[in-house]
Write a protein that binds this ligand. Structure first.
Ligand SMILES: Cc1cc2nc3c(=O)[nH]c(=O)nc-3n(C[C@H](O)[C@H](O)[C@H](O)COP(=O)(O)O)c2cc1C
Length: 200
């Protein structure tokens, strides 16, 4: 059984975190540990149709953001990877500087010290010099920076298509097989008539 930490922070795009949890529910051999910041709980309420309790039920274990004694706060527990999705610039900065004053920062710090896979889905625009410096620092430390940038080569026709494409790329980075999106190579090229039908 592999263990993964999913952290949701208070950047806009809470639905990305929720959709990833939904996709991971299909992975029976994966133990999902969820931690949400207080602002994540606010953005979930503001931006999605999901209730917090509904989201919590999507993970095998839910940890309090302030609980630095949670199992995922220690390398000895044996987490295999972690995704912070979406990742606010505040949480990103905390991780970049080892400022582990909450469970998201601490669990990420553990991933870094144990050289485990850590994926951040940073969300902000435009980016200032501090954001970019922090991202470079993290990339150099081995973190994968996977911002939610929509692709259009797969001809998305809904918000769901765009969200699923991003989640598909995250699952790929976790080496989890998925068919959540149309892939380049077997992509279908719409002709003018189809484009009109698709509202392109
Ligand atoms: C609706 C809403 C949207 C926000 N979107 C962003 C965002 O896209 N990126 C970001 O860095 N912060 C965003 N913020 C600000 C963060 O929530 C704030 O910096 C917070 O302190 C982050 O804390 P956390 O990282 O512990 O969740 C947003 C706040 C709200 C209320």
């Amino acid at each position: 059984m592999k263990r993964i930490v999913i952290a949701i922070s208070g950047a806009t795009g809470a639905i990305y975190g929720v959709r990833l949890l939904e996709a991971l529910q299909l992975q029976k051999s994966l133990e999902v540990h969820l931690v949400m910041s207080p602002w994540a709980e606010k953005t979930i309420a503001l931006e999605t149709r999901y209730g917090i309790d509904q989201v919590k039920k999507m993970a095998a274990h839910v940890h309090d953001y302030r609980n630095q004694g949670a199992p995922i706060a220690s390398g000895s527990f044996g987490v295999d990877g972690m995704v912070v999705i979406p990742c606010s610039m505040k949480t990103l900065s905390g991780i970049a500087h080892g400022y582990a004053d909450n469970l998201i920062g601490r669990a990420a710090d553990v991933m870094l010290k144990d050289r485990k896979r850590l994926i951040l889905v940073p969300r902000e625009t435009p980016l200032n010099e501090i954001h970019l410096e922090n991202m470079l620092k993290l990339t150099r430390a081995g973190v994968i920076m996977a911002p939610p940038m929509p692709a259009f080569y797969n001809l998305p026709t809904s918000l769901d298509d765009i969200i699923n494409h991003q989640i598909s790329r995250i699952l790929d980075l976790l080496n989890i097989e998925n068919q959540l999106t149309r892939r380049w190579g077997n992509v279908y090229i719409a002709d003018d008539e189809q484009k009109e039908a698709l509202n392109y």
